[in-house]
Design a protein around this ligand. Sequence first.
Ligand SMILES: *[C@@H]1O[C@H](CO)[C@@H](O)[C@H](O)[C@H]1NC(C)=O
Length: 215
Amino acid sequence: MRTLWISTWTLAMFIVRFTLALVPVKIRPFIIPKLVEEGEKVQMICGLEKGNGNVEFQWLKDEIPIVSETRWTIVTHSEFSVLMIDNVKVTNSGNYTCVGRNAAGKDSHTAVLSVQGPPTWKETPTDMEVAIGESVVIQCSAHAFPTPSVVWTKNFKLPSDTAKEDIQSFVDSHGTLRLDDIQREDGGYYTCVIENGIGSPLQKTIEIKIKGKSV
Ligand SMILES: *[C@@H]1O[C@H](CO)[C@@H](O)[C@H](O)[C@H]1NC(C)=O
């Protein structure tokens, strides 16, 4: 009976000491290179500044857990975790968070990845038919970094052409062209050009046809 009591006590002390010795996780802040270009490889290394025992690591992009797949590889060791991205894209830009946790607590660190690349279509404008008096909203946008400029022109006029009908004042910061109370003379060809100084610009010309019989 006495022996059993002693061994129970010893076990309890062992558990208490072990628990007290567990240091909460503290992640060492990591940085991502400032200038990353599309097509490159990127590695993020999330290591411990403090913490022991069984540490679990997790990676998130814009708060959504990342699963290891072909272009994303996560290699985890007891003291660190590495996230590797192969052939990085502009769309991979975002906030990357590494979370580390053990039985004593958790910590996380977030770093921003900005990938520079030429524009690729997000919303491509298409031809449309509009009735007089209606409004049109035409989107023209791309995935690109740095943020591209979106310029709309009408009827193949060059931006240098002084006679050009200035429709840029109807374009918002997202490159969306909005024309209200459409009139017959608004019919014609509209061109949208997206560029950010990297690679080739994107360009699309559409036709706005006015519905109904001619006046
Ligand atoms: C990244 O975090 C910053 C600061 O919290 C936030 O303003 C931004 O919207 C985030 N980006 C994304 C893509 O969630």
